[in-house]
Design a protein. Structure first.
Length: 361
């Protein structure tokens, strides 16, 4: 599927959409959700029959990571349906902020790109967990065919108040039977075996998150969410892989999150033709991650030919390689290199590309 539309939305901008890009009506969303659920289940049933743990380790497979998979204000509410329609397995990113109502003083976590929000944004329980309920419950009835986790939930915290992090952890406990877990032990340096379920939850690298999601879990308890490795990319994105990420996976920190600027200097907007040197750099990063027992993610790989209708999708220009062909060249290289998570706003196109080309690698 050659999607040639891409857009940019300025943070906080709330200009009206053009008539060429109407907001889906309620009936359209219902049928989109129904179709997405049916397609998702069909994909799950046709997955290869592998050993139960095969898909749950670094380097096992490449999946589409649905970047910013949530509404912006009243727009693009169907993003999660679009993501699920791309098939399984996949990752879904949810950005979270702590909103406090000025009148009542009540606070809660909202799914949003910008803090503090307005209070009418969906919660993750509404937008993500209850949306995937039929998919997860069907998966639990069918059992693991080697393709679990079906969904990686990628949390991007826009605010990290302790009460926010604890509220999210409490929400995860409500759905604990759906989640991939590991035992909390006294030895935090040694990754413990995963109890693989349909959903895997990943979060960021901050120590504030580790304090709540790991340190406050008693020994003998279960880890419900896994943090990212610390990185030094802000100092020099083109440093050697072992300098960018010097540590092995721990029981809590199990993945490595990267902007594309660590592969091509200057990122998407300054990328030229894909070169042998670029490919060697990409492979070196992936190999280093997997040697250290880490999943690796790169964000965000978009390719847009026509910028005329930018507001139609709400994508960022900083992630645009300038053409679909340029993005596809990076998708192909990332798939061949064994990248675990390729983040993109072009959910359907990337999902289809991975499905059609996975058998070749």
């Amino acid at each position: 599927m050659n999607i040639k539309k891409s857009v940019v939305i300025l943070s906080g901008a709330r200009s009206a959409q053009s008539k060429a890009c109407p907001e889906p009506v309620e009936g359209d969303l219902f049928f989109a959700r129904l179709a997405a659920t049916v397609l998702f289940m069909l994909c799950s049933l046709t997955a290869p029959i592998l050993h139960a743990q095969d898909a749950a380790h670094p380097g096992a497979r490449t999946v589409m990571d649905a970047h910013n998979c949530y509404p912006y204000y009243e727009w693009w509410y169907d993003r999660i349906d679009r993501a699920l329609s791309a098939g399984t397995p996949l990752a879904i990113e949810q950005d979270l902020a702590w909103h406090t109502d000025a009148k009542t003083g009540k606070s809660w976590s909202i799914v949003t790109h910008s803090a503090p929000g307005y209070g009418n944004e969906p919660t993750m329980k509404q937008y993500f967990f209850e949306r995937v309920r039929p998919i997860v419950e069907q998966a639990l009835r069918d059992g693991n065919h080697g393709n679990w986790p079906l969904i990686t939930l990628n949390l991007d915290f826009k605010t990290e108040e302790p009460e926010h992090l604890r509220a999210v952890f409490a929400l995860l406990k409500e759905y604990q039977d759906w989640l991939t877990t590991a035992p909390r032990t006294a030895d935090d340096a040694t990754p413990q075996p995963l109890d693989v379920k349909p959903i895997l939850v990943l979060t960021g690298e901050s120590d504030a998150q580790e304090k709540v999601f790991y340190d406050e879990v008693p020994v003998g308890g279960k880890l419900l969410v896994f943090g990212a490795a610390h990185t030094t990319a802000e100092k020099d994105e083109m440093a050697a892989p072992e300098v960018l990420e010097p540590a092995r996976a721990t029981n809590y920190r199990r993945w490595w999150n990267n902007p594309w600027g660590v592969v091509e200097k200057g990122g998407q907007n300054k990328a030229g033709g894909w070169t042998k040197e670029d490919n060697m750099r990409l492979r070196a990063l992936v190999e280093h991650a997997h040697q250290n027992g880490l999943w690796i993610r790169f964000y965000t790989l978009d390719g847009v030919d026509n910028k005329q209708d930018l507001s139609c999708h709400g994508w960022f220009s900083s992630y645009n390689f300038g053409s679909y062909a340029a993005a596809e060249a990076r998708w192909r290289a990332a798939l061949a290199a064994g990248v675990d998570y390729i983040a993109s706003d072009q959910y359907e196109a990337l999902g289809k590309f991975i499905q059609e080309n996975t058998s070749q690698h």
